[in-house]
Design a protein around this ligand. Structure first.
Ligand SMILES: [Zn+2]
Length: 255
C-alpha cells in the first residue's frame, strides 16, 4: 500500500550530517496491570469484511496535522501505519499529534525531536494484532531503517496472558535487528514516548517520576511522568556512541 509522503517530508533523515538508521532493541514484555505497555481487555473489532482503508487524502491530512520536529534538534522521522474499521481510521489526527507532542517534549532535554514523515493504511485484516506472528508480519515489507515504523492497531493482544496491551516495542523474531513500535488505539498520550524510550535503550523503571515506570497509583500521575535524568543520560550516551559513523545503528536495550 502506497505511503503518502508530502513533498516537504521526502528529505533525508539527518542528524547534523549523519543519516539516522535504527538498530536493534529488545521486546517489551507487558505486565497485566499498566497503562503503558498493558491494559485491560477490550472489545473485538468489526469483521474484516466491514472495514475500509483510509484514502490518500485522509492519510496526507494525518501527516499535515502532526507537529514538525522542533528546530535545532536531531529529527527522527516516523512512518505511521493506521488501522481502520467501519467508522474510518481507528485514531484521528489529534490522537497522533498528542502522542508526537508528548514525545517531543520529553526528548527535548537531549535535543531529539520526532515528526511523522509518512502515513499508510494497514490492511483490514491487520487491525487486530493478536499473536507474535501478527506483530512480525506488520513489519514485513515495510521495515525501513531510516524511519521508525509505528503501527496503530484497533486492538493489541497481550501475547503472554489474556488481555490487551496499549503498546509494545517489538523486535522481528526472524531478524532481531529489525524493530518497530505497535500502539493500540486505547493508548494514552504517553505510550509512544514510553515505547520510544525502549527504542532508544531504556528498560522499565521503578522511579516514581519516570515515564518508563508503568505502575499506576503511585505519587506521580502517569500523565505527568518524564524521563529521569539518569535515563536521559543513558539515551544520550547510547546515541552519541552510535553516531560515531555516518549512520546510527545498533542501539541496544534491555527493555
Ligand atoms: Zn514498556
Amino acid at each position: 500500500m502506497r505511503a503518502v509522503r508530502p513533498r516537504r517530508a521526502i528529505r533525508a533523515l539527518r542528524w547534523g550530517g549523519a543519516a539516522l538508521l535504527v538498530g536493534s532493541l529488545g521486546v517489551v514484555a507487558a505486565p497485566a496491570k499498566a497503562r503503558f505497555c498493558a491494559g485491560s481487555a477490550a472489545g473485538v473489532d468489526a469483521p474484516a469484511a466491514a472495514l475500509r482503508s483510509p484514502g490518500e487524502a485522509e492519510l496526507a491530512a494525518l501527516v499535515e496535522a502532526t507537529p514538525r520536529c522542533s528546530p535545532a534538534r536531531r529529527c527522527v522521522g516516523i512512518h505511521v501505519f493506521v488501522a481502520a474499521d467501519a467508522a474510518g481510521m481507528v485514531v484521528d489526527a489529534a490522537w497522533l499529534a498528542g502522542q508526537v507532542t508528548e514525545a517531543q517534549l520529553r526528548f527535548a532535554p537531549i535535543e531529539v525531536s520526532f515528526e511523522v514523515r509518512a502515513a499508510s493504511a494497514l490492511r483490514p485484516e491487520e487491525g487486530a494484532v493478536v499473536s507474535r506472528r501478527d506483530r512480525d508480519r506488520l513489519g514485513a515489507g515495510r521495515y525501513d531503517e531510516a524511519l521508525i515504523q509505528v503501527f496503530v492497531a484497533g486492538s493489541l493482544a497481550n501475547v503472554d496472558e489474556p488481555g490487551e496491551i496499549r503498546g509494545v516495542h517489538w523486535r522481528d523474531r526472524e531478524d532481531r535487528s529489525r524493530r518497530w513500535i505497535i500502539l493500540s488505539k486505547i493508548a494514552g498520550r504517553l505510550v509512544l514516548t514510553h515505547e520510544l524510550g525502549h527504542y532508544f535503550g531504556l528498560p522499565h523503571s521503578s522511579l516514581p517520576a519516570s515515564v518508563m515506570n508503568k505502575t499506576e497509583g503511585i505519587e506521580r500521575p502517569l500523565d505527568e511522568r518524564v524521563f529521569h535524568a539518569r535515563e536521559l543520560k543513558k539515551m544520550r550516551g547510547r546515541l552519541k556512541a552510535s553516531l560515531g559513523g555516518l549512520r546510527l545503528r545498533s542501539v541496544t536495550a534491555e527493555g
